[in-house]
Write a protein that binds this ligand. Structure first.
Ligand SMILES: *[C@@H]1O[C@H](CO)[C@@H](O)[C@H](O)[C@H]1NC(C)=O
Ligand SMILES: *[C@@H]1O[C@H](CO)[C@@H](O)[C@H](O)[C@H]1NC(C)=O
Ligand SMILES: *[C@@H]1O[C@H](CO)[C@@H](O)[C@H](O)[C@H]1NC(C)=O
Ligand SMILES: *[C@@H]1O[C@H](CO)[C@@H](O)[C@H](O)[C@H]1NC(C)=O
Length: 581
């Protein structure tokens, strides 16, 4: 039920403002009594078919992704003993195609004085002569919360082993210790780059509410010294986790190694904002004279700025893949339900489909798109074209496994003059960082506009008791600029009222001059990852249907706006199950 009045706007607004910045430590909920409970039975209901998951237990951040001697490596934060956060080690899986995965033994586990209470996130750098090094955060004491943090390094035992099976932690660790101010806020070393013949890397931190990306320099990758100024910092945003700093080409969609620091490039600076749990980025310049990152004019630095994904996506890490000259981003999605539910299910967390990233030709944002290899899983195919959708129409896409699918649609809209008028009051009552989400929340798919809502109803139960809509609304604004809103709404996704069901939203920066907009959704049982306009705006939702499960899930196209929409083309595929750990 949606209440569409100013009173409700007030409430929604109050709710969002009150939870948006509390200045508290978010991090992971610590539940000592649940950390070592290993499930004997794994609940399959919401397990994904083609997303990265271990067989069981808790996972969080992807770590140190890299390509080495023909093999892709993914490490990730993992609890070997249970399905809530705790006992964290670096689990390790390998792949030749980023789609099929084989597990190896954990690469890094607590064992030494410099990491005995935890081996937290970090990154890999491949040094000259193909010598990979991992930098990671070690926890040397559980106090103060969330732990006393130092930085360590690890190297392969055998460089000839393409699987990098065993890692050594040299005895000169730790290589960096925090200052008094940052003992429990000093983590997630980045991949390094080179400036004036020396290595540099950055580490996430904060002092009070100031987000800081500390800069370190080293001639040999072992002896690191703090540079007298940070790479970047920003007031009032809280802890910066998992900083990622890399070049993007201004002339090509090919990716670049972090060692490229000049030429036709811009730099991207991404942080995971602990307080709001979103991955935000700016595009700017790496000023190599000052050795500082400077966001481009007009970039918004903080949670009102650009995001890789406007939904459930966090702690991402990118790497350069030299074999295909591309940069790829991995991100983690947690479960929405509570910890007792994780224990019952025996697993929690997935890694999202890796996304190739490059600079949009406008230079004002990035584009992210699922890696091409994912298409090898495409199976049964259904195509539609020139299908007209009138107001209220719902058309089922039959002939594929709707719970495990890849769907690519191009919508054609009639003249833009029929779009509804954007209510400028929204700009006053909703905070900028939740504006899109708030409009999605109050309007859902039931408030009928001119152009939209139209899009997909994913994971639909037979009689529409449950559905996860992914859709657009087009608005005209007083200054005639178009506003295109994309929503991925978990609110109607399940009859289970215990779930967290956010109505995620983001604006899509398109002018619709050709009257077309595309949408691709990767649907996988409990996750829907959707890419608008070729990767301009992306939203991931985790959802937990009770009826729309397995073969009982359906997929529909819908239009609930007054104007008729045409499906110019639709291509949908059942997705095969890869080898998954
Ligand atoms: C190192 O790895 C290579 C390739 O797998 C293997 O042939 C060699 O025996 C290994 N060396 C040692 C000392 O284990
Ligand atoms: C580490 O680097 C600093 C600064 O470059 C230098 O003063 C110091 O001697 C180095 N220490 C070692 C053990 O190499
Ligand atoms: C995980 O799930 C909860 C809902 O319980 C959400 O509020 C939280 O911010 C999520 N994301 C991360 C990255 O922890
Ligand atoms: C379309 O709008 C009508 C009227 O609000 C509503 O009853 C119906 O459920 C909507 N369709 C969808 C798919 O939400």
């Amino acid at each position: 039920m949606r209440f569409f009045n100013v009173f409700m706007w007030g409430l929604v607004c109050f709710f969002h403002m009150s939870h948006s910045f509390k200045g508290v430590m978010a991090f992971h909920k610590v539940s000592k009594h649940l950390q070592n409970i290993k499930a004997t039975e794994i609940s399959e209901d919401h397990r994904t078919g083609y997303h990265f998951q271990p067989k069981q237990n808790w996972i969080n951040d992807p770590n140190a992704p890299m390509f080495y001697k023909g093999i892709y490596h993914l490490f990730y934060q993992y609890n070997p003993k249970g399905s809530v956060w705790g006992n964290i080690v670096w689990a390790h899986s390998i792949s030749q195609d980023l789609v099929n995965w084989t597990p190896l033994d954990p690469a890094i586990e607590p064992s030494e004085s410099f990491d005995q209470f935890g081996c937290w996130s970090g990154s890999a750098t491949v040094l000259p002569d193909e010598k990979p090094v991992i930098l990671y955060t070690g926890i040397i004491n559980e106090d103060p919360k969330p732990g006393y943090q130092v930085q360590n390094y690890a190297i392969p035992e055998n460089y000839s082993d393409p699987f990098l099976t065993k890692w050594i932690k040299p005895s000169d660790n730790p290589i960096l210790k925090p200052t008094k101010e940052t003992v429990s806020a000093f983590r997630d070393p980045s991949t390094a780059w080179k400036l004036n013949g020396e290595w540099e890397m950055t580490i996430g931190s904060k002092v009070d509410k100031l987000g800081i990306s500390y800069l370190y320099r080293s001639p040999d990758f072992i002896n690191w010294t703090l540079v007298d100024h940070p790479l970047h910092q920003k007031e009032n945003v809280g802890m910066w986790e998992c900083p990622d700093f890399y070049p993007v080409s201004t002339t090509s969609d090919k990716g670049l190694d972090t060692t490229v620091i000049d030429g036709d490039i811009k730099h991207v600076f991404k942080v995971s904002l602990d307080l709001t749990r979103f991955d935000c980025y700016t595009i700017g310049k790496y000023d190599t004279n000052q050795d500082k990152y400077i966001p481009d004019e007009g970039m918004i630095d903080g949670w009102a700025g650009l995001r890789y994904d406007w939904g459930n996506f966090y702690a991402s890490k990118s790497f350069f893949d030299p074999s295909k000259s591309r940069r790829i981003i991995w991100g983690w999605a947690n479960e929405s339900c509570n910890q007792d539910e994780y224990v019952r299910k025996g697993w929690a967390g997935i890694q999202l489909i890796p996304r190739t990233v490059w600079l949009d030709p406008s230079g004002k944002q990035l584009l992210l798109w699922p890696i091409a290899e994912l298409e090898t899983l495409r199976d049964q195919n259904v195509q539609l074209s020139n299908l007209v959708l009138k107001q209220g129409d719902k058309v089922e896409v039959e002939g594929i496994t709707a719970a495990q699918a890849d769907v690519d649609v191009v919508f054609t809209i009639p003249g833009l003059d029929k779009a509804e008028t954007y209510d400028t009051k929204w700009d006053e009552i909703f905070p900028t960082e939740t504006l899109a989400e708030n409009i999605c929340q109050i309007m859902g798919t039931t408030v009928q506009g001119g152009l939209g809502p139209f899009g997909l109803l994913t994971l639909t139960s037979k009689d529409f008791e449950e559905y996860t809509p992914v859709f657009f609304r087009v608005f005209n604004t007083p200054n005639t600029k178009r506003k295109v809103l994309m929503c991925s709404d978990a609110m109607p996704s399940t009859l289970n009222n215990q779930e967290y069901k956010p109505s995620f939203g983001g604006f899509v920066d398109v002018d619709l001059a050709d009257n077309k907009i595309s949408l691709r959704s990767l649907i996988d049982h409990s996750v829907v990852e959707s890419f608008a306009a070729g990767g301009k705006t992306i939203i991931t939702s985790r959802v937990y249907p009770t009826l729309a499960l397995g073969n009982n899930a359906h997929l529909h196209l819908f239009n609930n706006g007054t104007e008729t929409i045409t499906i110019e083309s639709l291509n949908a595929w059942s997705m095969k199950k890869p080898q998954m750990n």
